[in-house]
Design a protein around this ligand. Structure first.
Ligand SMILES: [Zn+2]
Length: 131
């Protein structure tokens, strides 16, 4: 269950923040979820709730924002976004479910190289905290 591992990472980051600032009650947490990060939001919210409680923190509300996936070709330096590609729904679904599948379906739109890096859209980030 990687939702729990993600929640633990967020919990720890907030805990460190709370330790420095003395703030233990947060109004809103804005979490960026990568387009290529397959996450069950319900499980993640549950996991976050438990994790923050364990750290003695209080959080009222979550906001999830999807971060667009972007790529950079290692051969020609071309940059593009997942939204720029015309992919079938089936392929999109496969990619969301298993980000590694991207390499099976996506080539550099400019030079056709399969050698590119995913520069954003993976993982999870804390975009903002309100208290
Ligand atoms: Zn290229």
């Amino acid at each position: 269950m990687h939702e729990w591992a993600l929640a633990e990472a967020v919990g720890l980051a907030l805990y460190n923040y709370a330790k420095q600032s003395g703030i233990r009650r947060f109004k809103r947490l804005i979490i960026g979820l990568g387009e290529l990060q397959a996450v069950d939001k319900e499980v993640l919210e549950l996991a976050l709730g438990e994790t923050l409680r364990a750290y003695g923190l209080e959080l009222v509300e979550y906001d999830f924002v999807t971060e667009e996936a972007s790529f950079e070709c290692r051969s020609c330096g071309f940059k593009w976004k997942l939204g720029d590609l015309s992919l079938s729904n089936e392929v999109r679904e496969a990619i969301h479910f298993l980000p590694e599948a991207t390499y099976a379906y996506v080539r550099c739109p400019k030079c056709g190289s399969p050698d590119y890096s995913i520069t954003s859209g993976r993982g999870l980030s804390i975009l903002g905290v309100e208290y």
